[in-house]
Ligand binder design. Sequence first.
Ligand SMILES: N[C@@H](CCC(=O)N[C@@H](CS)C(=O)NCC(=O)O)C(=O)O
Length: 216
Amino acid sequence: MTAPILHSYFRSSTSFRLRIALNLKGVATCYRAHHLKLGEQSAAAYLNLNPQGLVPALELAGGTVLSQSLAIIEYLDETIPDPPLLPADPVTRAKARAIAQMIACDLHPINNLRVLNHLRSRFGADDEAVAAWFHHWVAQTFTPLESVLRDRERPSPYCFGSRPGLADICLVAQVANNARFAVDMAPFPEIQRIHDACMALPAFQAAAPANQPDAE
Ligand SMILES: N[C@@H](CCC(=O)N[C@@H](CS)C(=O)NCC(=O)O)C(=O)O
């Protein structure tokens, strides 16, 4: 069977999410890099595949292109149920989705490259102002996330249960993003602990930005 094509950029945290999920599910892909800083995501050929001009995208054998990291991860979870990426119990499942969405819906979109570029080009923000913006919005989500994780009913090395899932995937990828802006993780010890537990696993290590073919 032809391997799906993973459209990715090594530093992209949303691509990192999908790479982890693919590794956890044991799906081999053909890696295709799009250099975001060079604007390759806006090339006509890529826009043809994903009109949003964002990575990641997963091009399936047969040509169907899936976009949006969480939608692709759900597709993987539905088509390859083992190991599951969401808890079996509906309440815990809702809590896992809530953590994923805190990061994917409330934090990542406003700290994305195109938003930071717009702050610079339209509003004259310099490096310091951009970093202050980034740090502000991380704190707005990581502070409540830390307390949600601290208050979990059952202790676990991961967000929930005995294996990593969707919430861990989003958490780990965002922590990697934070590191690029030197976010101090000291106020977030539980998030850091979960990150470290996940990053000890081969599926997460292999997905890390530094281990991608386009890493600089
Ligand atoms: N909600 C989308 C976001 C995708 C996204 O924003 N990707 C970033 C990289 S992390 C991107 O392609 N940015 C290109 C740009 O900002 O021009 C997802 O989860 O897949």
